[in-house]
Design a protein around this ligand. Structure first.
Ligand SMILES: Cc1ncc(C[n+]2csc(CCOP(=O)(O)OP(=O)(O)O)c2C)c(N)n1
Length: 350
């Protein structure tokens, strides 16, 4: 049995040093990371408005989760299989899903990459990007990612599989079974938990006997790391280390990115937290914080900020315009890709 310890990586506000370079990110890459955070915040907020207007069925805000998702995705190869969940919009964008594709999914359009309008919006997937199809049943993507890591090991390829999920997901048996199996077989998989402290309205303390999700790693003898998920540079660093170790055959890791959910659970579920708590939560917004870091190092100023905002807004407007005019799914394709063979009595094409 391997001797492994849970390490808690405490991220400090990295204002003083240019830590992005120390961590292997160039200036342009750091700015690009920031742009991804800006544009996915705008997409998330636009989608919430569209849902309130009744133009789309549902939106699942990712506000506050951008740094954790985008920075961790940057540590992967495009060929690494990724299993996202419903709050993973910034990760999907970081992997290469375009704003047009994202809104095709929100509008439930025929050409939406995730499911062609068949799955609930926000279940991000695209085969060509190695973003695997996910279920709305919380945490089922964890054993899928572990299975995909087993397949990689058996095939002898050096991919690393990653599952994203929330703190609520870490209470599911899928998490425990997946982590145990991954540990026993030393599989190349990283379980990435975005702990926003609340599962819809249930606080983390009410569903966990340990203070941090990463503490659970000890029980499975895998590496566990808890990191400040509002700090993209620290997230990038710990994710890259975990992914490199997994790729080198050193087994799985559990990363907990501590984030703050700045929006409501979904467009259909009202906010249960007190206004005072929400005001405090906004102090943990990763976007202005990373902006301050970039400004401190001369990489961002008011002019560039305005340019980036305008570019991001154009992308969002174009995505909405494109998707809102795109064709809906064809009725006679309703069961295509769902059943291998048409179920008797279920064919819509007669
Ligand atoms: C198996 C299952 N149980 C319950 C639900 C209802 N549900 C949807 S989201 C959610 C909360 C999950 O919280 P968490 O994993 O912390 O992620 P977050 O939404 O906070 O990002 C629940 C309970 C579900 N989708 N699947």
């Amino acid at each position: 049995m391997k001797e492994r310890q849970t390490a808690v990586a405490e991220a400090k506000q990295p204002v003083g040093r240019r830590v992005h370079r120390e961590f292997g990110l160039g200036d342009a890459e750091a700015l690009d990371l920031y742009y991804g955070m800006l544009v996915t915040r705008k997409i998330s907020q636009a989608a919430l408005k569209l849902a309130f207007q009744g133009s789309i069925d549902v939106s699942i805000p990712s506000d506050g989760h951008e740094a954790a998702q985008i920075a961790s995705m940057r540590a992967l190869r495009p060929t690494d299989p990724v299993y996202l969940f419903y709050r993973s919009l910034p990760a999907a964008y970081a992997r290469g899903m375009t704003t047009r594709e994202i809104f095709l999914d929100y509008f439930g359009r025929r050409d939406g990459p995730s499911s062609g309008g068949k799955n609930l919006a926000g279940h991000w997937a695209k085969r060509e990007l190695n973003l695997m199809s996910v279920s709305g049943s919380v945490a089922t993507q964890i054993p899928h990612a572990v299975g995909s890591a087993l397949a990689a090991k058996l095939r002898g390829d050096d991919s690393v599989s990653v599952a994203y999920f929330g703190d609520g997901g870490s209470s599911k048996s899928d998490f425990h079974e997946g982590l145990n199996f991954a540990a026993v077989h030393q599989l190349p998989v990283v379980l990435f938990c975005e702990n926003n402290g609340v599962a819809i309205s249930v606080p983390f303390e009410k569903q966990s006997g340990v203070a941090r999700v990463a503490d659970r790693a000890v029980g499975y003898a895998v590496v566990g790391i808890s990191v400040d998920g509002a700090d993209p540079l620290q997230v990038y660093r710990v994710m890259r280390e975990a992914v490199e170790a997994a790729r080198a055959g050193q087994g799985p890791a559990l990363i907990e990115a501590r984030v703050t959910r700045l929006g409501q659970h979904t467009s259909q579920v009202g906010e249960s937290r007190e206004p005072r708590e929400m005001a405090a939560a906004r102090r943990h917004d990763p976007i202005p914080r990373f902006g301050r870091y970039l400004r401190h190092h001369g990489l961002l100023d008011d002019t560039l900020q305005a340019e980036l905002e305008a570019r991001a807004q154009c992308e969002v407007d174009d995505g909405i315009d494109f998707a809102s005019h795109a064709p809906p799914p064809a009725v006679d394709r309703a069961f295509a890709d769902v059943y291998a063979a048409p179920t008797p009595g279920r064919s819509l094409s007669g």
